[in-house]
Design a protein around this ligand. Structure first.
Ligand code: SF4
Length: 316
């Protein structure tokens, strides 16, 4: 039976089993350091996303600990990708970026970089640096936090940029010959189920290679958690079955070539406020595939190029 979802797979993309190793490159974020704001996105607590093995070590030490961490879980890999994940990993001058990426690339077994960043933290120079790394034979992927295609939502979560900025980042990245993916959060305040499904039409118009969907996680002490307790009716938090049905509706509208990575995120329980109680990635993915089979459907069934929407469909 064919898989109705275009799954993100290193084997399919690069012909080898690769393991991502999370790296804290020591960067910060303009939405934290006062350039844009000090409060950050209202959902953000970066501590929740650092694996313990990244704490207090140089990049090479983090990679060494990451190899040991995954090795102890019998995860076999033909090579590693250094995943610069916390904060905004292109938010520094070119020399600093070059040094920190270089330290990761010189670690034995590392065959590429995954660079997570904000769409407003990319420039033509930084993309050239990444394209030069790719030209040396390394894998390079850039992951942008899209989070929402609606400007009204982006304002409400204090994102500090609009969707036009996101579009520009993807277009510049494609022009530089680099693969770009994005994260989208499902459940941000004020977004209805219909808005989330309609997001697919906007995403289709981006030169995006892969997407990750995350349910909104309410993290302790964040402004978003406080907002939820004050106005729970503003948040759509479906249970597992409804979440799968929402994802299936989105995936039916997505371009068939966009590879789907994660569809759920998890952080250690000590960070969560009002846990959503969803299933793990592998179980959710199995159920999503089953849901699409039950519908006799597949990724892109409702996609037509005419359904691409360039503009954020938000008037607020
Ligand atoms: S851009 Fe990322 S690191 Fe910066 S405040 Fe938002 S979520 Fe946090």
């Amino acid at each position: 039976m064919n898989n109705p979802v275009t799954l993100y797979s290193y084997q399919a993309r690069y012909g080898k089993r690769l393991q991502r190793l999370t790296v804290d490159g020591g960067f910060t974020c303009p939405n934290r350091d006062g350039s844009l704001s000090t409060g950050g996105c209202t959902f953000c607590d970066n501590d929740a996303f650092h694996p313990g093995y990244t704490h207090g070590k140089r990049i090479s030490g983090q990679l060494e600990a990451g190899v040991a961490f995954h090795g102890a879980r019998s995860r076999k890999a033909d090579g590693y990708l250094a995943y610069f994940q916390p904060f905004s990993n292109t938010y520094a001058d070119l020399d600093t970026l070059s040094r920190r990426y270089g330290e990761a690339l010189s670690f034995p077994g590392v065959c590429g970089l995954v660079v997570g960043t904000r769409p407003d933290c990319i420039t033509a120079d930084k993309l050239r640096l990444l394209a030069d790394i790719k030209a040396r034979g390394f894998i390079v992927e850039v992951e942008y936090g899209i989070e929402s295609v609606y400007d009204r939502t982006l304002r409400r979560v204090n994102r500090g940029h609009d969707f036009a900025c996101t579009r520009k980042a993807f277009e510049m990245t494609a022009e530089a010959g680099l693969e770009a993916g994005g994260h989208l959060m499902l459940g941000l305040p004020g977004e209805t189920r219909e808005m989330m499904v309609a997001s697919a039409d906007v995403l289709n118009s981006l030169p995006v290679s892969f997407l990750k969907f995350h349910q909104l996680q309410l993290l302790k002490g964040t402004p978003m958690a406080a907002e939820y307790h004050e106005k729970p009716g503003d948040f759509l938090r479906p249970g597992p079955q409804d979440y799968i049905s929402l994802l299936a509706d989105i995936i039916e509208r997505l371009r068939p070539d966009i590879a789907i990575g994660r569809i759920v995120s998890s952080v250690p329980a000590r960070f969560t406020d009002a846990p959503w109680g969803l299933l793990r990635q592998d179980e959710l993915m199995k159920r999503l595939v089953a849901c699409l089979h039950d519908r006799d459907s597949f990724q892109g069934r409702l996609y037509t190029p005419a359904a691409k929407v360039r503009q954020c469909p938000c008037t607020g």
